[in-house]
Design a binder for this molecule. Structure first.
Ligand code: ARG
Length: 468
């Protein structure tokens, strides 16, 4: 920009150019160019409304429409010449349109960049939610395939990272399907919340011109199930509200938390100490020094990126917290964390899905770990309850048997009947049958439990959902 040239869009009341430093400091086009297709879509919708109410002639609208179509192409094939001095995506596109048609001077009628950017972001969020939902479905499919393949393979379940009770790989992985299923639902809700049109709010107080907000909302697809337009109810709120940014980022954070916990399970299972799972070469890396190493970097990075995604949420919360109504330029900083959360989460979902699709469980190691009879100590207490002993007492008795076996350095199963009867005279001759894993799972055929039929029916449930 030469020294005497005025800033094209808002330069009217200024006698001086923005300082070069201010131009670099204030620009957002380097990141909000990502909104170009939404901005063009919004402009086309706004222009068709202006034509509908007579603020644009048919001819003017047609030339704007043609110009916007050309810009869509330029943006799509990456040939659009973005200019830093034009500050943001909105002014870049408006100026480019102006070079195609004079009618572009009328495009900003009854519109402000405040309602424009709010609209762009709502259109963006709708697509972003769909993108993440597809990523979640991919991961759920990989998890489900493994859960089905190893539905009844026993492994210890842990609390406090101590062996607790036997479960199956199916039961454990189906647990994650529940979490990711909830994430999927949450992204649908965020998308639904995005489905309200702020255009027509102007800067804060709308316009004196006879615009038709419902018309704009309809053309842009901000409609309910009956096709009725959905528009924001308060202009000040519409341009100041950043709830969706926070909702989207927090939904990304929750989903990343689930991924991070899954990652941690897999990192543990992949360790030599556990040896439950073998991750594919394609998603692990070697050490530059130690030739024997095969590191689960994919899942470590997923765990690491979760920190970054949670950081993005904190970033937004802190940026917004002290702002008076309505728009403040601080809000330009709202986009990078949202874009980053979307990108990092989408990649993490794809990496987790890819890695799991070729992972294998080591059945022998899993069965060996699950054969620890102490995993069924609770089942022995339940057995005593069925003999009429109150649970607190049964719990105590089994605890005493565990201590006895530890003292004698024997497995609980190896204790002699006389020793066992001395602790608990109520035990019947068949007490050792409790330690049969098949019995343990067969007795767990109620909803939410790892009984084989329960697992099979949950697998079927998720297959139905994912195929729908
Ligand atoms: N680039 C700006 C942003 O992202 C667009 C809105 C500018 N509005 C304004 N009143 N300066 O926040």
């Amino acid at each position: 920009m030469s020294k005497d040239e005025k800033q094209v869009t808002w330069g009217g009341r200024f006698s001086e150019q923005p300082d070069a430093l201010m131009q670099v400091f204030g620009e957002s086009v380097s990141f909000d160019m990502r909104l170009a297709v939404y901005d063009l879509k919004g402009s086309l919708g706004h222009a068709s409304m202006l034509a509908h109410v007579g603020l644009l002639s048919d001819e003017e609208f047609k030339s704007i429409e043609k110009g916007i179509q050309e810009l869509f192409e330029e943006v799509k094939n990456d040939s659009f010449p973005w200019k830093l001095e034009l500050e943001d995506v909105h002014m870049n596109l408006e100026q480019a349109l102006r070079s195609k048609t004079e009618a572009a001077d009328k495009l900003h009628t009854g519109r402000s960049r405040n309602d424009q950017v709010a609209t762009d972001m709502r259109l963006f969020f709708k697509d972003a939610c769909e993108q993440v939902k597809t990523g979640i479905e991919g991961l759920m499919f990989s998890l489900l395939t493994l859960a089905k393949q190893y539905a009844n393979l026993p492994i210890p379940g842990y609390t406090h990272l101590q062996r607790a009770q036997p479960v199956t790989v199916g039961h454990h992985l189906l647990g994650y399907l529940e979490s990711f299923g909830r994430d999927h639902e949450r992204f649908s809700q965020v998308s639904e919340h995005a489905n309200v049109c702020p255009l027509g709010s102007g800067a804060i107080a709308g316009t004196t011109l006879p615009i038709d907000r419902e018309f704009t909302a309809k053309v842009l697809g901000f409609v309910d199930a009956e096709g009725e337009p959905r528009i924001t109810a308060n202009g000040m709120d519409a341009v100041a509200d950043r709830d969706l940014f926070v909702e989207f980022s927090s939904t990304c954070s929750i989903c990343a938390l689930h991924l991070s916990r899954l990652a941690e399970d897999l990192i543990l299972w992949n360790s030599t100490e556990f040896g439950f799972i073998r991750l594919p070469d394609a998603f692990t890396t070697g050490s530059s020094l130690m030739p024997q190493k095969k590191n689960p970097d994919s899942f470590e990075l997923i765990r690491g990126k979760t920190g970054r995604i949670i950081g993005n949420l904190t970033n937004l919360l802190v940026t917004i917290k002290g702002l008076p109504l309505t728009y403040n330029r601080d809000l330009q900083e709202d986009k990078p964390p949202v874009f980053d959360s979307l990108d990092q989460l989408s990649q993490s979902l794809a990496v987790a899905a890819g890695c799991l699709s070729t992972a294998h469980f080591n059945e022998e190691r899993c069965r060996h770990a699950a054969s620890d009879p102490l995993l069924l100590a609770t089942d022995l207490a339940d057995y005593l309850v069925e003999l009429g002993i109150p649970f607190r007492k049964a719990h105590h008795v089994v605890g005493a048997l565990v201590t006895l076996s530890e003292e004698k350095k024997l497995s609980i199963l190896e204790l002699a009947d006389v020793e066992v009867l001395a602790v608990c005279p109520d035990l019947k001759g068949d007490w050792r049958e409790v330690f049969d894993l098949d019995r343990a799972f067969a007795k767990r055929e109620k909803p939410g439990m790892p009984g084989p039929e329960q697992i099979a029916s949950r697998v079927q449930f998720w297959e139905g959902i994912l195929q729908a």
